[in-house]
Design a protein around this ligand. Structure first.
Ligand code: TA6
Length: 298
């Protein structure tokens, strides 16, 4: 059988592999970093710059099952964020993260590697999603990591999309983490019946947190004094930032978080358009959601 993906392989830099659980992966290794990406959901699973610890958290209990998002990395939540606005039976965070995407391009750049994947959502069951769109994810792996999620409205009616690049970041200990950039921002507290509150000072995490910060934040800084690392997150096309840590009880209920204390080694900082910030794309129009990560010693 012809493996159409091989045309996008780059000798010594980008290969297609299958992991022990049978998941089809893209593995990238260049002079700047290594990365891994599952074709299901176009989900980044690893980004590790040379000389650094992994920047993305991947659950030690991650399950690789068809139709289930892997716990960790950067799941693509699209074309809706959270529960479906009308039908609770529909998959949480949309259907893009549990479908198989197609590689449509790869490129060796000066000090990075780029790969582009596409999901054709022009013939989805209208009961699930009565629209026609094409969504592409371009991932650029180097000393920085960049993701660009582009939605093209191929239908003849306006399209409303909520979405997130649902990034799980690896931290030394959640108690030693501070997030800067959201000071004074209003947020929806998902744990207090969607009450709206205002962030006072930097974000620190000492319990379950599930918040949608509104209005857009062009740059976040995650300061990790346990790992002695600063992760800079530059966001564009994003009007919401989601901050989530399940803490102990919810982590135990999720069932794919790994050992009981694993929640202490992760924090989700998600580049999104959620709640009030859903985007409307006119027929023939397009929208781009982008995020860029860099990690440096504190
Ligand atoms: O990150 C915010 C959130 O919506 C949380 O409410 C929690 O459900 C999380 O996403 C993970 O969702 P998942 O469907 O991947 O378990």
């Amino acid at each position: 059988m012809i493996d159409r993906d091989q045309q996008f392989a780059i000798s010594g830099e980008l290969a297609f592999t299958t992991n022990p659980q049978g998941a089809r992966l893209i593995e990238i290794e260049n002079a700047s970093a290594r990365a891994a990406l599952a074709l299901q959901g176009a989900q980044l699973l690893d980004w590790t710059p040379v000389g650094q610890a992994p920047v993305l958290w991947l659950s030690p209990g991650a399950l690789y099952r068809e139709g289930k998002a892997v716990r960790g990395g950067i799941p693509v939540c699209w074309p809706w964020f959270g529960p479906h606005p009308e039908n609770p039976a529909f998959p949480a965070h949309g259907f893009a993260r549990t479908r198989s995407w197609q590689v449509i391009g790869s490129e060796k750049l000066l000090d990075s590697t780029r790969v582009t994947l596409c999901l054709d959502a022009t013939e989805v069951d209208p009961k699930l999603w009565p629209h026609q769109a094409l969504v592409t994810l371009t991932v650029t792996v180097g000393t920085e990591l960049r993701l660009d999620l582009a939605t093209e409205n191929r239908g003849d009616t306006a399209l409303e999309v909520s979405q997130a690049l649902h990034s799980y970041l690896a931290v030394g200990d959640i108690a030693a983490v501070t997030v800067e950039g959201l000071e004074g921002t209003d947020y929806i507290d998902q744990l207090q019946d969607a009450r709206r509150l205002r962030q006072k000072g930097p974000v620190v995490i000492g319990e379950e947190v599930d918040r949608i910060y509104l209005g857009g934040c062009p740059e976040l800084q995650l300061l990790d004094t346990a790992l002695g690392r600063r992760i800079r997150i530059a966001q564009s096309g994003s009007a919401s930032t989601v901050v989530w840590n399940p803490w102990a009880d919810k982590a135990a209920r999720l069932g794919d978080m790994g050992p009981a204390e694993s929640y202490r080694q992760m924090l989700c900082l998600e580049t999104a358009n959620a709640a009030d910030d859903a985007v409307t794309i006119p027929p023939g129009g397009a929208h781009r959601l982008s995020v860029e990560f860099s990690a440096t010693a504190l």
